[in-house]
Design a protein around this ligand. Sequence first.
Ligand SMILES: Nc1nc2c(c(=O)[nH]1)N[C@H]1C(S)=C(S)[C@@H](COP(=O)(O)O)O[C@H]1N2
Ligand SMILES: [Mo]
Length: 315
Amino acid sequence: MLIKIGKKSDLKESEVTPQSLFDQRRQFIKKAAGYSVAAATLSLPFSAMAALNLNPFQKENSSLSDELTARKHVVSYNNFYEFGTDKKDPAAHAGSLKTDPWSVTVAGECAKPGVYALEDLVKPHAFEERIYRLRCVEAWSMVIPWIGFPLADLIKQMQPTSKARYVEFTTLHDPQQMPGQKRSVLDWPYIEALRMDEAMNPLSLMAVGLYGEVLPNQNGAPLRLVLPWKYGFKSIKSIVKIRFSETQPRTTWNLSGPGEYGFYANVNPEVDHPRWSQSRERRIGEFRKRKTQMFNGYAEEVAHMYRGMNLKRNF
Ligand SMILES: Nc1nc2c(c(=O)[nH]1)N[C@H]1C(S)=C(S)[C@@H](COP(=O)(O)O)O[C@H]1N2
Ligand SMILES: [Mo]
């Protein structure tokens, strides 16, 4: 069943039995082949998906601009520098990432710091399917049916103190599992951060799946952020640490190229990347270019957070 939420952007939610997809999928992986990587690339049997009331192939009411990007592109054209810098590298090499067991350290300004098993972190939350555009700063985009829960729910679970003004996220650092980390193309581990109000925005999603299955490794298994109004690089993958902080954290892409990648990284067609334009984008699977929309088309939900800020200076 699709629930329409009355907003102009292309956000859609469909009801999913809380936790069941995640549990069943992880059970399925374990039953099928221990923790093996091969099993992780299988999709759920169709009957199991039907039972979850989740039809990833549903395109009801989708206009051309909502057309889902074919799954084959979503899982084979990726940015995940921990596995190499080519778009094909993550799909080819992310099999070495072991996502079960997985734990996430919660630290800093909150009442519930600690090391959480992934299951304990996600279990209290109800999963939803949300169709979001992901717009890369490299001027391509995709439309993906994500499965996850609001980041705000996880933040409330951790009870941040009144000092917490930012949330920082860190990706796993393990060159054995992530061979791209043997090269210093970035300052590892990959770090991203949000202002607290951005993190609490209802659009901010902690994703655990896409296209009706658990996240493939190349898309950031087992837990990643999806922030549809920001350039893709803010949507950090394979998260092992969440830290609440009073001061603005340093972020990986901003450290690597301060003139090219700002802290905010809101999709803004008026602020070009120094080496290429941001006014248009190519939807993967299409040839023609589309005009890039302010905040990637989610202005109604997010523009209020930046009122009074100079978005050319705070890019
Ligand atoms: N840890 C980590 N997270 C990351 C990246 C990365 O290299 N490492 N790349 C980012 C960039 S630039 C983009 S565009 C998106 C791509 O997500 P996708 O491969 O699932 O489409 O992931 C983001 N998250
Ligand atoms: Mo990107």
